[in-house]
Design a protein around this ligand. Structure first.
Ligand code: SF4
Length: 344
């Protein structure tokens, strides 16, 4: 199993896994730049309890980059973007996976490792993209465009993945689209990601009208204001943003690509045009970089809190399952995506 250290290294370029039994207070050193002492005093009892419960339950915690720093940097064993979490979930040999992220990520973990018990601390942690489309919508699109393969962003339900030929993430979308060797694909469900992919490939893209409610709020005016108020700032944008926003940034890339950019180039001052906690978590790993935070929170990601993670491990809830027939077809679509990455 890959550890927090491995995944952090891959995703953010730094970080150490807490040794078993290590006192929560010692972990504070890691997050003191982004968590004030008064907040830490509130977090500490839950962190200590979660560290104990993980051992009792033989559980590992997977945390997405948009989780708050006191989750991402202390109790998580494996961290990363949705692609990294999907890959790492497949390797987990512990009995229990606690997914600190949103529901489709927990479903994907279950698809990749069906023998494990997968828990999500709050069942209401959804996603505006995942909720923008259903399996019936995909079947209707396929009927309208017979023979055109369906490429589906991982930010979708298992039911939608089951109707798809292959999945992708924002990090590998162009590569996945081009791997099919066809002239046209149906690309679901993010309209902005579809436009950003279309700008980088000759493959024709048939898109859907889904949007991420966090990234769609950023505008070119936001970026102009950042550049005016912070001369010399480096602006990195996520490809779930509108095409014009992406074009006005210095670099556009997935969550992992943005973290890598900061780790490798160490810009003196940077703004990440993405979910709020991402800046905090990348800041922890890059103390020499100044972060300007144009803050848009994902309300779904923020449903996951330390008390809910603690309760999840105490009560073994909420278990995420996928009906066998759906799981089999959805898993194929995810595995095809992972295989494209391996073939690189
Ligand atoms: S940030 Fe956007 S894409 Fe990610 S979980 Fe939240 S709503 Fe969904």
């Amino acid at each position: 199993m890959s550890t927090h250290a491995d995944a952090m290294h891959a995703v953010t370029g730094a970080g150490l896994r807490p040794a078993p039994g290590r006192r929560a207070a010692e972990l504070y050193e890691r997050v003191r730049r982004v968590v004030p002492p008064i907040e830490w005093a509130v977090y500490e009892p839950d962190i200590e309890a979660i560290l104990r419960l993980k051992e009792q339950r033989n559980a590992v915690v997977l945390a997405h980059n948009y989780q708050t720093p006191e989750i991402f940097n202390t109790i998580a064993d494996i961290v990363g973007d949705s692609l990294a979490l999907a890959r790492e979930a497949a390797q987990v040999d512990a009995d229990v996976i606690v997914l600190c992220g949103v529901h489709f990520m927990a479903e994907t973990a279950k698809l990749m490792n069906p023998a494990r018990t997968v828990l999500i601390p709050d069942l209401r942690a959804g996603c505006s993209l995942a909720e923008s489309i259903t399996g019936a919508d995909v079947r209707a699109l396929k009927a309208r465009h017979p023979g055109v393969p369906v490429v589906t962003y991982v930010n979708t339900s298992a039911e939608v993945k089951a109707e798809s030929d292959i999945c992708c993430t924002s990090g590998n979308a162009v590569e996945v689209v081009e791997s099919l060797g066809v002239e046209r694909v149906i690309f679901l469900p993010d309209e902005y990601l579809a436009k950003n992919v279309a700008a980088q490939t000759d493959v024709g893209i048939i898109s859907w009208q889904g949007k991420c409610e966090v990234h769609e709020r950023f505008t070119t005016a936001d970026i102009a204001t950042l550049r005016r108020d912070h001369p010399g700032i480096t602006v990195l944008a996520h490809p779930e943003c509108d095409r014009e926003v992406v074009e006005s940034a210095d670099f556009a890339g997935s969550t992992a690509a943005m973290a890598r950019y900061v780790a490798e180039r160490q810009p003196s001052r940077v703004a990440l045009i993405t979910e709020c906690s991402m800046s905090d978590n990348v800041a922890v790993a890059n103390p020499a970089v100044e972060f300007v935070r144009p803050c848009n929170l994902c309300p779904h990601m923020k449903r996951i809190t330390l008390p809910k993670i603690r309760r999840s491990l105490e009560t073994m809830s909420h278990e995420v399952t996928v009906p066998a027939e759906v799981a089999e077809r959805a898993r194929l679509a995810v595995e095809r995506m992972v295989a494209v990455g391996r073939a690189r």
